[in-house]
Write a protein that binds this ligand. Sequence first.
Ligand SMILES: NC(=O)c1ccc[n+]([C@@H]2O[C@H](COP(=O)([O-])OP(=O)(O)OC[C@H]3O[C@@H](n4cnc5c(N)ncnc54)[C@H](OP(=O)(O)O)[C@@H]3O)[C@@H](O)[C@H]2O)c1
Length: 158
Amino acid sequence: MIVAIGKNNEIGKDNKLLWHLPNDLKFFKEITINKIVIMGRKTFESLPGKLPKRKQLIITNNKNYVCDAKVCHTIESVLEYITKTSEECFIIGGASIYQEFLPYAKYLYITKVDDIKASDAFFPKINEDDYHIILLGKNEDNGIKYKHYKYVRKNPRK
Ligand SMILES: NC(=O)c1ccc[n+]([C@@H]2O[C@H](COP(=O)([O-])OP(=O)(O)OC[C@H]3O[C@@H](n4cnc5c(N)ncnc54)[C@H](OP(=O)(O)O)[C@@H]3O)[C@@H](O)[C@H]2O)c1
């Protein structure tokens, strides 16, 4: 998983991101480039365009959903896809998808933004004891400070 969160685990409002952090977007690109990115229909529709050099998988209940990406309709079918592919997959949001896939994620790349914003979408509360936590670096954009962490699950599911 990869996510940027505020101090209250907030991640979005009105189907938009809360911050414009160019250096974090660069980090997101470095981590996900040439990988498979998996997202909910709402996050997909919030993107300005297709993410270049990444295969995209969209989850929706809508059986008639048509878009320029692979579409799945259940968590089980996404998990089957992840298990079968030899490529690395990233869950890239939003709130509902993070919640549903958190138990399966081996690594969490979490950008912790030193800010609080009004929000209607949140990253789930995680049990920090379940992870080894590595600080990857500190960053700043437009006066907003943030840190990149990698959470490695101690006992990942097979
Ligand atoms: N800060 C960050 O790093 C970050 C990253 C990504 C997104 N976000 C933010 O997160 C917010 C969006 O989150 P969200 O929770 O509202 O939307 P979402 O998770 O992006 O998408 C939700 C949609 O995904 C589909 N879905 C979810 N679970 C499903 C399941 N089990 N089976 C089939 N379809 C399923 C449904 O689509 P249908 O309605 O079509 O059935 C559902 O309405 C936005 O504000 C966005 O900017 C933040």
